[in-house]
Ligand binder design. Structure first.
Ligand SMILES: Nc1nc2c(ncn2[C@@H]2O[C@H](COP(=O)(O)OP(=O)(O)OP(=O)(O)O)[C@@H](O)[C@H]2O)c(=O)[nH]1
Ligand SMILES: [Mg+2]
Length: 321
């Protein structure tokens, strides 16, 4: 085998002559045994995909809520360790699109299907396995998949076993098992299986990087998460957040964001009586952003009405969809 950098005419000629060529050979061979690849998480809304991404990363990258359709973007988490690099992707829950925003969310899922080295197909263990099987089959995965029966902290062991047997008979399934993303149950086994199943290859990202999204994106997402937790009914689904300004000052980070809604009545609900609700939203979101970036934050929020923004290509693009 010829190593271009260790040969007598290679760029490391002097280095090799001094005996360091052996080390380079070892580093080269080690890099050949590196495992790396894209592991994408799919499932119905509320299955626990974002909770799992956060659990595997040991860091909150994706927002979570007990309401459905929280995630709207693909969110990558890059986990680099001894001899491996896994690029996880959290994706929006799979639904039948009802407006353009939904279509864009489902395009994100399609793209993620096409570049996955391994898929994690996740279901809420209390949900109907037949329905989930239909959905998983409809993805027409080219990669193999691990089926994760999530929320096993809430399901009797016999039911998990029955679901495991059901899914292990399916063509797309390499292995099925119960996990709890929330309680970190079986996540170590999941990581072991992921690394075993990944292809050998070079890392795709610098080992220091944890995600490919800018901090500004996460600030917007943390504000959106508060909308999901503080408001009921249609408000979270008719809103989005656009971070207009993100400036690092000497002692704090200054963030100015617009909350976009579809109707004047929704603006009124978001503001609340005497601005009480928007104040609460601002305070809670600011605390979360401060915890995320580890700096003091000055957060300013404005509510704007953009009728039918969810069906408007230009607006959707402006808001990052
Ligand atoms: N009991 C229990 N609850 C869980 C578990 N995993 C997630 N949850 C809860 O399920 C709800 C939905 O979790 P998410 O992670 O937002 O679900 P998702 O699949 O990302 O949902 P979408 O983004 O809407 O597609 C949240 O209330 C979580 O706390 C689990 O293992 N056990
Ligand atoms: Mg999610």
């Amino acid at each position: 085998m010829k190593f271009p950098w260790a040969g007598p005419s290679g760029p490391c000629k002097t280095f090799a002559r001094e005996g360091c060529g052996y080390w380079l050979v070892i580093i080269y061979l080690c890099s050949r045994f590196m495992k790396s690849g894209f592991v994408n998480i799919f499932g119905k809304p509320n299955a626990g995909k974002s909770t799992l991404l956060n659990a595997l990363m040991g860091e909150k990258l994706a927002i979570v809520s007990h309401k459905v359709q929280t995630t709207r973007h693909r969110i990558r988490g890059i986990l680099s360790g001894d001899g491996f690099q896994v690029i996880f992707s959290d994706t929006p829950g799979i639904i039948e699109p009802r407006y353009l925003l939904h279509e864009k969310m489902m395009d994100t899922v399609k793209h993620s299907v096409s570049d996955s080295d391994l898929a994690l197909l996740m279901m809420d263990g209390r949900d109907d396995p037949g329905e989930n099987d239909k959905l998983f089959s409809s993805l027409h995965l080219k990669s193999g998949a691990l089926v994760l029966i999530n929320k096993c902290d809430r399901i009797p062991a016999e039911e998990i076993l029955a679901r495991k047997i059901f899914f292990e008979n399916k063509k797309y399934c390499i292995e099925a098992f119960g996990i709890s993303a929330l309680k970190n149950l079986q996540t170590d086994h999941l990581m072991e299986r992921i690394i075993q199943l990944l292809p050998e290859g070079e890392p795709f990202f610098d080992g220091e990087e944890m995600t490919d999204r800018p901090v500004k994106f996460f600030a917007g997402e943390l504000i959106r998460e508060k909308i999901f937790s503080l408001y009921e009914d249609e408000i979270p689904y008719h809103s989005t957040v656009l971070v207009q300004e993100y400036k690092e000052k000497e002692n704090l980070t200054r963030i100015q964001a617009d909350i976009i809604v579809q109707r004047e009545t929704q603006k009124g609900i978001l503001l609340g009586e005497g601005g009480r609700m928007i104040k609460k939203l601002g305070t809670e979101a600011r605390k979360d952003i401060e915890a995320f970036i580890g700096r003091k934050v000055f957060l300013e929020l404005f509510v704007k009405v953009r009728p039918r923004w969810r069906d408007n290509e230009m607006h959707l693009r402006e808001y990052g969809y």
